[in-house]
Design a protein around this ligand. Structure first.
Ligand code: AMP
Length: 478
């Protein structure tokens, strides 16, 4: 079989490790990337975590490095030869574990350094000598500045999850790190998307790269129960209140398309008694950390966020995800709802489709996830507080249009937060301790406000915009 690892002529120690891990046939990214990397070409790969990407770059790099493997214990004989950069500590740790498993039967040593941890144990490991160094950019710079990591013998660089590194604002750090490396080297870049920024990065640092794209995994997890409700835009907040209460949801992410909509929705929900915080591109790092911390501690039940703001953080397994706005990009739908129902846990994804372009956007999602989407009408219950939005801007595109469609729509929608260039750092404060935290139900198990609101007799009209109960007309008649 051509797809088999046994046809790859992997060196025996690598073949043994791969067999032990139970890998038999290669994944598509492995099939395409391994031969190219073995030939020593630069690669620009579009692949996401979960596609077997780590082995796709690590196995051929290890195979090439084995030529100069040595069993000496002298640190000088184990200089850093391969550098793998990742945006978050969880990813760095995961990739380092995988590389260690692949290199298990070789004399090549691998280590990982990331922020938020004591520098000392990392320093000791670096001083012993490691050939493969997996790192997050900030902490690596700390080690470079402290002269713990010497990178003048690096032959291979992997920029993994490059789009996320740019989103987080690591570009200046990456530029500095890359400036320390020998020009003569092999560079591999992996990214979920090839945005103009990623292409610019590739143009600057890769030489004649071979582009490899594997089909994205656009499948949504079968453990996520997905609903699309047809809701009049003015009734979306009411619909949110109702679903939260009906389904007994303890905490949720609520996605909104625009920064403006995000801030405004969070404020309204807060006024209506729901414990809410907002996360969008205009928030400072401090505010973002505070918002995340309050969600994690259970101080707030709803995190209202935009796609860009949510990208850098991997709070996993949130009980429910709401698409208060249908995303403009069908792929964002997959990303958004990927935050619930992970690792076999059941999750709920609820989208409110409410007019405008939503019919087309829903059709895009349908096409992408290859699943028929039924738009369900949402009937309001008597108990649901009667709140109405008075048709103010939710969809950032309207604001953009009103502003004369000048500039970049992302200024209104959301763009990655602008970062000042990284100052020379002398302290080693942890960077962002909240990236990549698994979701944990907060210890505080008080009932969320929506449950209390429904029980309280005075809760029926929490806004002045009371209107008679009405059945929502299905906006989407097929
Ligand atoms: P990655 O995308 O590198 O994070 O890999 C995702 C998961 O797939 C990891 O648990 C790997 O151990 C596993 N994996 C990678 N390549 C293969 C393969 N060829 N066969 C089976 N499992 C694999």
């Amino acid at each position: 079989m051509t797809h088999s690892f046994s046809n790859l002529s992997l060196a025996e120690p690598l073949a043994r490790a791969v067999a032990e891990l139970g890998y038999e046939s290669m994944t598509p990214i492995q099939e395409q990337a391994i031969p190219v990397v073995l030939q020593g070409k630069d690669v620009m790969g579009a692949a996401q975590t979960g596609t077997g990407k780590t082995a796709a770059f690590a196995l051929p790099l290890l195979q090439r490095m084995l030529k100069h493997e040595n069993s000496s214990t002298s640190p000088a004989r184990h200089p850093v030869r391969a550098l793998v950069l990742l945006p978050t500590r969880e990813l760095a740790d995961q990739v380092a574990q995988a590389i260690k498993a692949y290199a298990k039967y070789t004399n090549l040593r691998a280590a990982v350094v990331f922020g938020g941890m004591d520098m000392k144990p990392q320093t000791l490991e670096l001083k012993k000598g490691v050939e493969v160094l997996v790192a997050t950019p900030g902490r690596l710079l700390d080690h470079i500045e402290a002269k713990n990591a010497v990178l003048n013998q690096v032959e291979y660089v992997v920029l993994d999850e490059a789009d996320r590194m740019l989103d987080i604002g690591f570009l200046p750090d990456l530029q500095r790190i890359l400036s320390y490396l020998p020009k003569q080297r092999i560079t591999l870049l992996f990214s979920a998307t090839f945005s103009p920024e990623i292409k610019r990065l590739a143009n600057s640092y890769l030489q004649d790269p071979v582009t490899i794209e594997v089909a994205r995994s656009n499948a949504t997890a079968s453990t996520v129960e997905q609903h699309f409700y047809s809701v009049n835009p003015d009734d979306k907040r009411r619909a949110l209140h109702q679903v939260l209460r009906q389904r007994g949801i303890k905490q949720a992410f609520v996605f909104v398309n625009s920064k403006l909509g995000c801030a405004r929705l969070a404020r309204s929900l807060e006024r209506e008694g729901l414990k809410t915080t907002a996360l969008h591109g205009d928030k400072s790092q401090d505010e973002r950390l505070k918002a995340l911390e309050s969600f994690k501690s259970g101080e707030v039940d709803l995190l209202v966020c935009t796609d860009v703001a949510a990208r850098g953080l991997d709070i996993k397994d949130v009980p429910a995800v709401f698409n208060f706005d249908v995303p403009f990009n069908a792929e964002d739908y997959v990303h958004r709802i990927g935050r619930t129902g992970r690792a076999g846990a059941s999750g709920l994804a609820v989208s409110f489709a409410g007019g405008g372009n939503d019919v087309r956007l829903v059709a895009d999602i349908e096409k992408l996830i290859k699943t028929k989407i039924e738009l369900e009408p949402l009937e309001f219950e008597e108990d649901t507080p009667k709140i109405r939005d008075q048709g103010r801007i939710n969809d950032g595109r309207r604001a953009w249009r009103d502003a004369g469609e000048t500039g970049d729509p992302r200024d209104v929608l959301d763009a990655p937060p602008a970062r000042a260039p990284r100052p020379q750092r002398t302290s080693h404060a942890p960077r962002d301790p909240f990236f990549d935290q698994p979701y944990q139900a907060p210890a505080n198990d008080a009932a969320p406000a929506w449950e209390a609101a429904a029980r309280s007799p005075g809760s029926r009209s929490i806004s002045a915009n009371i209107k008679p109960k009405r059945k929502v007309a299905a906006l989407f008649k097929s």
